[in-house]
Design a binder for this molecule. Sequence first.
Ligand code: FE2
Ligand code: FE2
Length: 154
Amino acid sequence: MSSKEELIARLNDAMAWELAGVIQYMQAAVMVTGDAREIYREFFHESSEEALEHAELVGEKISVLGGVPTVEPAMIRQAADIDGMLEAALALERDALKAWEDAHAVADAANPGTVFWIEEHVAEEQEHVDHLEKLTEKVSFASSDIDEATGQSG
Ligand SMILES: [Fe+2]
Ligand SMILES: [Fe+2]
C-alpha cells in the first residue's frame, strides 16, 4: 500500500466513525425522554449535524486524494436511557478520536495543508471526548482542593 493509499484508508476509517455519529446521535435525539429531553435533545441533534459536516469534509478530502469515500458507518451503539446514551456517545467519540489520530500518523509531512487539516479534527474530537467525560462524570475533584482554593481551610 502506498502512503497515499494508507492515508485514504485511515481517512475512510475516520469517515466511518463520523457516519456512525450521524446515525447514533440522531437516534439518541429522537429517543431521549423525560427531563433529560429538555437538555439533551438539542445536544444530540447538533452532534448529529456536526458529524454529518465532518463526514462530508473528510469525504471531500478522500475524493480529492483519488479515493472513494465510504458509505458504511462504523459500529453504532444504541441505548434506551440517557446515561447509556451518554456512555455510548463517549465511546463513539473516543473511537473517532483514535481514527483521526491514526490518520494523522500516516499523513505526509510533505503535505502540510493536509496535516494541519487533520490536526484541527484531532483537536475537535478531543474536545468532544473531554466534554463527554465531564457529562458522564469521569472527572471528579477532591473536596480538600476546593477548601484550599476558597481559603477556608487552616
Ligand atoms: Fe467529528
Ligand atoms: Fe466528535
